[in-house]
Design a protein around this ligand. Structure first.
Ligand code: FE
Ligand code: CA
Length: 522
């Protein structure tokens, strides 16, 4: 890619931590874990409340002239309600000898002392380094980049996509691998936190009951973000984030969950959305208003790729034939509403926005960065039917979208998703019962970072599903060039080992002009 800031940017330089964190890690290796953090306040001298950058730094939503920079002040001794001044710096080099933007911003208690900074006027298609200073302490250094300008065609874009990182189910070796490989972008596709504990053989604990209040959601993000491997992945590249259900509660749909609906549920959704924004590298404009948050948006990477980032939770019609406000597997015979043309997963407004974006896109690739499996998945004979929480609960909406894509033929339609805790590769057709017709899009799901899943037999009715593996955790890395996409499924050898190896499981290739995945290495 033009202007890539040198291979030196990879690896250890990305996400380099300040002496503070190295010391903390050293002390932890001596078994001094948490108390060691307190030493920092003392080391800082005077009356410091302690090292405030315990959740690391992050960046996101790159544009040709800027990006969003994020941190949250969370020192060991709680901050009071007074705003805290935070300095920020953006440099062209990791040593900050060439600082190109700097400023100050207030971290406010009502925003959990998070900051969202949006420097503008930077050069397109290059790497930058950033850091914050507050309370006499400097943050870790993050690495981020601007997007190439529209009208330019970069030679390539390498991005990781990942989802579902239940903290109790394993360590974040996959994030360590992402940080080490230093992609241009990371797309995180939902279930960044889990509101509740579940699963077997947990390696660590939430240490708290199910989150339902703003304070509890904030604490849950703080716990997840205390993980150094997750911090390293954030510090290595800009992220594009969307959410799925567990950022609020399992299987919620619009204003309804299993436990509550209407105003009672919306109060919880407002708290959850607020905490999500406070902890993500999202622009200030994305700050929720009550229970409403505009998360769907586009991020372009020159003329090479457009990311259509989707929200399939907030605007959907309810899961058809749900018995308890949640999901289930149902057959078409018992639930004809699976095919209801009035049902929508994205909401009518977002559907139209997506169609307009696909119709007007002139990029070689169009990535639908969304939450759940789009390919039809028949569960037979074990659980006869279709799972009504994903696109399989919204047959007609999926058909509308795939028909539209087949008709308008935007460049390289690539659907990436999460949610199912399995690797999945599929050729998408408007009519899955006509496997002889050419696919109109290609789908990949990058399993889960940690969340438990298991492999179930594929049904012969679904020949469009080329691969499914629920036994391996990991993520996927896609390299887009104007001609083709190379997609590597990368799996974690041992989720119970923080230092686990992560290696390529399978490699697929997709031609930009011809949808459909081809296995080239396994
Ligand atoms: Fe999940
Ligand atoms: Ca989910």
């Amino acid at each position: 890619m033009r202007g890539r800031a040198g291979s030196a940017a990879r690896g250890p330089a990305a996400g380099r931590r300040p002496t503070g964190a190295s010391r903390r890690r050293f002390l932890r290796s001596l078994g001094l874990g948490a108390p060691a953090v307190l030493l920092f306040g003392c080391a800082g001298g005077a009356r410091s409340s302690g090292y405030p950058f315990t959740l690391g730094v992050a960046s996101g939503d790159p544009t040709p002239d800027g990006f969003v920079l994020w941190t949250r002040l969370l020192p060991p001794a709680p901050l009071d309600d007074a705003p805290v001044e935070v300095r920020w710096e953006v440099a062209r080099d990791e040593h900050f000898s060439d600082i190109v933007r700097r400023g100050t911003v207030e971290a406010r208690a009502d925003e959990a002392h998070s900051v969202h900074v949006e420097p503008r006027g930077l050069a397109p298609d290059r790497w930058y380094w950033y850091r914050f200073v507050a309370g006499g302490e400097a943050s870790p250094v993050g690495r981020t980049r601007t997007a190439p300008a529209p009208g330019t065609l970069p030679a390539k874009l390498r991005f990781a996509f990942a989802a579902c990182q239940q903290y109790e189910h394993g360590y974040y070796a996959a994030h360590r691998d992402i940080a080490e490989r230093g992609p241009d972008l990371v797309a995180f596709l939902g279930d960044y936190i889990y509101e509740a504990s579940w699963g077997r053989d947990r390696v660590r604990s939430h240490g708290a009951p199910t989150a339902t209040t703003l304070a509890e959601y904030r604490a849950r993000y703080a716990l997840y973000k205390s993980d150094e491997d997750l911090q390293a992945a954030h510090a290595a590249a800009p992220w594009i984030v969307t959410w799925d259900d567990h950022e609020v509660v399992d299987d919620y749909a619009a204003d309804r969950s299993r436990r509550a609906s209407g105003a009672a549920f919306l109060a919880r959704r407002a708290a959850a959305y607020r905490a999500f924004w406070e902890h993500m590298p999202l622009p200030r404009a994305a700050k929720p208003e009550g229970a409403d948050a505009r998360l769907f948006r586009r991020v372009a990477f020159g003329d090479l790729a457009t990311f259509h980032v989707l929200d399939d939770r907030q605007y959907r019609t309810y899961q058809p034939c749900s018995l308890d406000g949640g999901s289930r597997v149902v057959t078409l015979a018992e639930c004809p509403a699976l095919e209801d043309p009035r049902a929508t997963l994205l909401g009518w407004h977002q559907e139209r926005w997506l169609e307009e974006g696909l119709a007007s896109s002139r990029t070689r690739w169009n990535v639908l960065a969304q939450q759940t499996r789009m390919a039809r998945r028949s569960f037979r004979p074990s659980e006869e039917g279709y799972w009504n929480d994903g696109w399989d609960g919204y047959f007609a909406a999926r058909r509308r979208l795939l028909d539209f894509i087949g008709m308008r033929r935007p460049g390289g339609p690539l659907v990436v998703g999460g949610d199912i805790h399995a690797f999945l590769v599929a050729d998408l057709r408007p009519d899955f019962d006509r496997p002889e017709t050419p696919p109109v899009a290609t789908e990949f799901v990058g399993s889960s970072i940690t969340s438990q899943g298991h492999t179930r037999p594929l049904d012969p009715a679904d020949p469009h599903i080329l691969y499914e593996d629920g036994d391996n955790r990991g993520y996927a890395e896609a390299t887009l060039t104007p001609r083709e996409a190379v997609v590597d499924l990368r799996s974690v050898a041992n989720i119970r080992d923080r230092a686990s190896a992560v290696a390529m499981l399978r490699r697929y290739v997709v031609a930009a002009e011809r949808p459909g995945a081809r296995l080239v290495s396994s």
